[in-house]
Design a binder for this molecule. Structure first.
Ligand SMILES: [Zn+2]
Length: 184
């Protein structure tokens, strides 16, 4: 397993919640919703990533990865969820919210979480190449930032990663195995 804050090390504010079954069940339930969105993205031929923005126990916004369909390089699941949530809230700052996303966010999305003042990030699978939270970069750890996002990784990680593996396997099969892999 990659060295990132896994389920057991997750914290909500300053109190460890590894023994808090209710919080764990709640996190997994939201992650399953994000997984369903990721599956929808895959069905559209987009890299399967799904995101749900939750505040006060309710969905404020959700998104599924869609840069191809939207003709928009910024149309990542997290950004779309943040946009929908901010529109509904009538506020570009989403204080007190939690973003659930199936895959570790990239640099852009990690930055967007800070701009939106999201309180907590819960992600599923780590992304060794583009992940900018605990993998290739640690954007949220920048001491210059005046906003802290609590991070919890590894929630339903295997399900989230399996969806990605299956997607790329099918795409490689469809294109023929002689072509180089293209995960972007
Ligand atoms: Zn992103």
């Amino acid at each position: 397993m990659p060295p990132f804050p896994h389920r057991a090390g997750c914290s909500r504010n300053d109190s460890l919640i590894e023994t808090d079954q209710t919080a764990m069940i709640e996190d997994e339930a939201w992650m399953r919703r994000a997984l369903a969105l990721a599956a929808e993205a895959a069905a559209d031929g987009e890299v399967p990533v799904g995101a749900v923005l939750v505040r006060d126990g309710a969905v404020l916004g959700e998104g599924r990865n869609g840069p191809i369909g939207h003709c928009d390089p910024t149309a990542h699941a997290e950004v779309l969820a943040l946009r929908q949530a901010a529109g509904r809230a009538g506020n570009y700052r989403l204080v007190g919210s939690t973003l659930y996303v199936t895959v570790e966010p990239c640099t852009m999305c990690a930055g967007a979480l800070v701009h939106a003042r999201v309180a907590r990030l819960v992600f599923g699978a780590a992304e060794p190449r583009a992940g900018a939270v605990v993998s290739s970069a640690r954007v949220l750890d920048n001491p210059q930032l005046n906003h802290r996002v609590t991070v919890c990784g590894g929630v339903l990680a295997e399900d989230c990663a399996a969806l990605l593996r299956e997607f790329f396997l099918q795409r490689r099969t469809a294109r023929g195995s002689s072509r180089p892999t293209d995960n972007e």
